[in-house]
Design a protein around this ligand. Sequence first.
Ligand SMILES: Cc1cc2nc3c(=O)[nH]c(=O)nc-3n(C[C@H](O)[C@H](O)[C@H](O)COP(=O)(O)O)c2cc1C
Length: 306
Amino acid sequence: MSMKPDLTVDIGGLPLQNPVLTASGTFGYAREFEHLVDLNRLGAIIVKGLSLEPTKGNPPPRIAETPCGMLNAIGLENVGIEAFVNEKLPFLQTLSPPLIVNIYGKLEDDYNRLATRIEDLEAVAGIEVNISCPNVKAGGMAFGVDPQAAFSVIRAVREQTRKFLAVKLSPNVSDITEIARAVEDAGADCISLINTLSAMAIDIETRRPRLANITGGLSGPAIKPVALRMVWQVARIAKVPVIGIGGIMTAADALEFFIAGASAVQVGTANFVNPHVTTDIIVGIEKFLADRNIAKISDLIGSLET
Ligand SMILES: Cc1cc2nc3c(=O)[nH]c(=O)nc-3n(C[C@H](O)[C@H](O)[C@H](O)COP(=O)(O)O)c2cc1C
């Protein structure tokens, strides 16, 4: 009998019991999944992106199914930071996995104020800065497609917080390594990639876009090969750890990301298909390692043979 494999990882100063996290916006504020998932088994919990003020998001329809994926243009609907602290945090702080708060702003100062507020919250282990949302008119992706803007916003956030700081990048760029370098130089502890790909779908009978916002973000299995390529490119040049995101539905998908160089993964759209997919992936990774007598997940990270 082989030993139970060691699934622990460190993502830039934040130790995790296993490398499977929930992707922002696909797991609510975790309580929504309480009856479906043993939340304490997760590597870490990342909640829906928060802004300073409550946000209604875009008008419907905001979601459309596409082959092997989905389009969304939610527009970052969320309760706002204060309601999060008062209404969501009391439950979240009863859980054992580290809590990572995803933040989004229209202006650089919004990010600073959010980071300053979160710095005071003992129950929050870290911040994931979303500079990659394709579905909002101002801010969001604008910071994530320009290396100088990315550097500037992340440096400003870094000055406000000593907590773990991940930066979530957009795939809607021609050179992902340029943006990765900029946020690393600005003080990011970790790089999360990818957010959704800018995309659209049309109803040919009405000749109208399927989303009221016209364009949206593509996620799910359709984007996995793109995400994997970007994780591989960034992991090769970055000094900080990378978290892989994009179309992960199974343990095998997650394992591809580890081999490409990811130190952890986030599971997004798959939660809508199978609400306990995160647990299935953790169990599947453990079995893969045990079956092959691989003692620890860290032996697999970046082990791609070329
Ligand atoms: C409905 C929906 C809402 C999302 N909301 C956010 C968000 O608030 N902040 C963020 O950084 N990413 C958000 N994302 C992006 C996901 O976290 C993830 O990066 C992306 O969907 C790719 O992973 P997946 O293919 O596993 O879904 C959202 C994605 C979906 C599908």
